[in-house]
Design a protein around this ligand. Sequence first.
Ligand SMILES: Cc1cc2nc3c(=O)[nH]c(=O)nc-3n(C[C@H](O)[C@H](O)[C@H](O)COP(=O)(O)OP(=O)(O)OC[C@H]3O[C@@H](n4cnc5c(N)ncnc54)[C@H](O)[C@@H]3O)c2cc1C
Length: 378
Amino acid sequence: MTSLPFSASLPGGAIDVAVVGAGIAGLFAASRLIDAGATCVVLESRDRIGGRLLSHDSGAGRFDLGASWFWPGERRVAALIDELGVPIHTQHVAGDAMYHTADGAQRLAGNPIDVPAGRFSDGAFSLADRLGARLGDAVRLQTPVHEIDYQDDDDYQDHVVHISHAHGSLMARHVILALPPSLAVHHITFRPALPEQLHALAIATPVWMGNIAKVVLVYREAFWRHGGLAGAAISHLGPLREIHDMSGPGGVPAALFGFAPLSPGRGAPTKDEVIAQLVNIFGRAAAAPIEVIIKDWRADSHTAPPGTGADTSMSTYGHPWYQKPAGDGRLHWASTETAPTSPGHIEGAIASAERAVEAITTAGSAPRLTARPPQGDQ
Ligand SMILES: Cc1cc2nc3c(=O)[nH]c(=O)nc-3n(C[C@H](O)[C@H](O)[C@H](O)COP(=O)(O)OP(=O)(O)OC[C@H]3O[C@@H](n4cnc5c(N)ncnc54)[C@H](O)[C@@H]3O)c2cc1C
């Protein structure tokens, strides 16, 4: 890869690649491109990196409010963990699970809810944190991208894309859209407009977990384990539908977490509601958490576009149109939603980044295109 002619014959001030979004996909792509000799900048709208990798530091420890697991067979995540030296442990599964319906809470024999997935001992954010540390000032925080102009410009020998962001603009030969497609087309004006069908596909691609509130309850000890419970539950009453043990290795720090699906008529639950639900399921010992943390992803405009509904369909994930660049070969889709492999997962986000990097590194300094593909041909 080092023999690629990155940065050769670029117009003044232009870089090889601008990455939009410093989630794990954007960070991974930037890291690989810089390794390959490209000049690269990551533009991130938030005041932090990581996107849907978010770990909350409380007095008791660090708890994931976004992704927390990886699964056997996810080779890209496993390789990145090795590469970055990120500490991991296995999800606690031992004990009986609970099943909660209008008839009450019923104890199951064993735990059919959890699998022995991997967990990040310092929080899933540690993946992003360690990748971000490699990138240094290539990452620009609080720099939302507003406009991407990929019109051919005769002033330049080599066709470049103009990217406008909160603090100005820059030019790049390629752009990686490392954010959910529906968010990209909501926040960014493309000039010329993306082909209608591609725009419609992006709008119709739901943000994975964009309509979820994740709730973490921190306790002094993992009291459920004393009674032989796994800390896992399925509830048909809500507000939490799925509950899992979120404790650290050896049960320290002790925590439970749950997912609350949100619908147009249903907002994030209150602390009192989730405590009452856990008391119904796990008994009085659940009544006194030392901390309750609620992360409403639907209310976070950096993840969920306005009007995010209850749609969780994955039918558009990894769509073939996301596998090839748009905008005369200059705009590359990334983000977990665009991955045909493990879409929704961290694994999918990394796979999407690999695909974008591959497309750019094999394009090299391709000669300027003289004809645009027909509008529908995306
Ligand atoms: C509650 C929850 C639980 C999850 N659990 C798991 C799990 O256990 N295991 C798992 O594998 N996956 C899980 N996931 C999914 C996982 O977090 C994602 O697959 C992964 O983090 C997505 O990474 P990404 O880089 O594709 O997108 P993102 O992380 O969403 O990154 C996109 C980035 O783009 C930025 N951005 C947005 N708009 C702009 C703009 N206009 N200009 C510049 N930047 C912009 C955003 O701020 C963000 O940083 C979970 C997600 C959530 C929310």
